[in-house]
Design a protein around this ligand. Structure first.
Ligand code: ARG
Length: 476
């Protein structure tokens, strides 16, 4: 049996293997809603332009309503023989309404159809991701709010550097995720443009009103003007939006992965800074004492998978001549998997960090548990306030480089006595520099160090609270 969409020219049927190799219906059927929405907008315009009659238009609407119902109920029979989502739906339409179904494809090609479908579908997913990013940021801000005064050893090179507010550390991730949200919003602008009307590659001989279709599908720019791909060759072959999206998703996953790495580290017995709820961990089949941070580990691992999809998509494009090539059918699985991986990850992280709402109490439960004493004890260990002592000496008139040198000697002495700088007696400290006075102990304290850093963006509790207020207002 020959394919129904293009029978006449072909003298032999496809083998089963080639059919399976070329078909995409088993993954692209996911685009069915976008496909029907695109078809309905196209049909409405064909009727408005007098290219099809009003009764054909009505038949198409009726047929599509039934197909929608069949797909939703699971009654729709997807056929491998019909290759992809587009031909499956069109064939069923024709079965249901006859000639009107055959008129739907007037002035259209699967090339502009599929490009439109992917854009419509991705636009919806981008909106969903925007909401999930807001949820995750809110969860981080909520935990931050409760931990402004909790002191964490800030690291550089994973060596204790300077004390920071734990809230300040969490808000660094809020900054990353807010940039991710900006990037997705920007990708959305270039995704939300209409290829339909490009037809196969060169445009079409029918008097299509592309701007009307764009408006119907909500493909408008920030001023509400219809957003239409302006070159038909580009319209059918541009997958930049998918690549950009996957790049933005990769970067977002990289942020998740860095957070995961920190959670894993902080949960290890050697740190003991935080706990995540048991439902995000698993035990070991051999070691009875184990509670492993599987969720953050998997998120770190899945980041590689999403970055892989970015490489896959960008490589898919690199050798393609204009205009459409079947290579592009390979854009879907990486794109779908990127969306699934990212949305699942964002959902899980919002809950793992922020907890779950208990409807009985109205409070969130089971989020991140913070071990403030462990963090503070760790900050107390690594001479985290050495820079503060150097700054103290600078304020007494020493050039910074000399102060740095002086404090290095003090740290060396404290190390040999196995104590903190703040535990050295005043007379000993004065041995390093006579200008040191009793007020140095406030400077050497973790809290003194924190509150001294009150420049914009610094870790002083007052600054951190101002940032929390800003995020609260921004996130609603
Ligand atoms: N299934 C195809 C895809 O995903 C639809 C477009 C096919 N067009 C064509 N001329 N073969 O890209």
């Amino acid at each position: 049996k020959k394919s129904e969409a293009w029978s006449a020219l072909f003298s032999e049927p496809m083998s089963e293997l080639v059919k399976r190799y070329t078909a995409s219906v088993f993954f692209d059927k996911r685009l069915w809603q976008a496909d029907i929405a695109g078809s309905l907008a196209h049909a409405e315009m064909l009727a408005a332009q007098g290219i099809i009659g009003p009764s054909d238009h009505a038949d198409i609407q009726r047929g599509m309503a039934q197909i929608t119902q069949e797909i939703e109920s699971g009654a729709f029979e997807w056929k491998l023989d019909l290759e992809d989502v587009h031909l499956n739906i069109e064939a069923r339409l024709t079965q249901l309404v006859g000639d009107a179904g055959k008129r739907l494809h007037t002035g259209r090609s699967r090339n502009d159809q599929v490009a439109t479908d992917v854009r419509l579908w991705l636009r919806g997913e981008i909106d969903l991701i925007g909401g999930l990013l807001t949820e995750l940021q809110r969860a981080l801000v909520e935990v931050a709010e409760k931990n402004v005064e909790v002191i964490l050893p800030g690291f550089t090179h994973l060596q204790v550097a300077q004390p920071v507010s734990f809230a300040h550390h969490l808000l660094a991730y809020v900054e990353m995720f807010s940039r991710d949200a900006e990037r997705f919003a920007d990708v959305r602008r270039r995704t939300n443009r209409l290829p339909l009307g490009s037809a196969a590659l060169a445009g079409t001989t029918y008097p299509l009103d592309r701007e009307r279709v764009a408006r119907t599908l909500g493909m408008v720019d920030e001023h509400g003007a219809p957003a239409v791909c302006q070159n038909s060759l580009d319209g059918v072959s541009d997958r930049d939006f998918a690549i950009e999206f996957t790049a933005a998703a990769s970067l977002c996953m990289v942020h998740i992965s860095r957070l995961s790495e920190e959670l894993i580290l902080w949960m290890s017995q050697n740190f003991g800074f935080v706990k995540i709820a048991d439902r995000f961990t698993t035990g070991s089949s051999i070691m009875p004492q184990k509670k492993n941070p599987d969720v953050p580990e998997l998120a770190r691992g899945k980041t590689g998978r999403v970055v892989g999809h970015l490489m896959g998509l960008i490589t898919l494009m690199k050798g393609q001549p204009l205009a459409y090539n079947k290579d592009n059918q390979e854009d879907k699985e990486p794109l779908f998997d990127t969306v699934d991986t990212l949305t699942d990850t964002l959902r899980i992280f919002a809950e793992m960090v922020g907890g779950q709402l208990n409807p009985a109490t109205g409070a969130k439960e089971g989020g991140l548990t913070v071990n403030a004493p462990a963090m503070e004890a760790a900050a107390q260990k690594g001479y985290a306030t050495a820079t503060d002592l150097a700054d103290y000496l600078v304020k007494k008139g020493l050039p910074f480089r000399d102060a740095h040198e002086t404090v290095a000697h003090a740290v060396k002495a404290a190390t040999s006595h196995n104590c903190d700088l703040s535990e050295l007696p005043l007379t000993v400290l004065q041995g390093f520099h006579p200008s040191i006075e009793k007020d140095v102990y406030e400077v050497l304290s973790l809290r003194g160090s924190l509150s001294a850093r009150h420049t914009l963006g610094g870790t002083a509790p007052a600054q951190v609270r101002a940032q929390i207020a800003r995020h609260r207002a921004r996130l609603g």
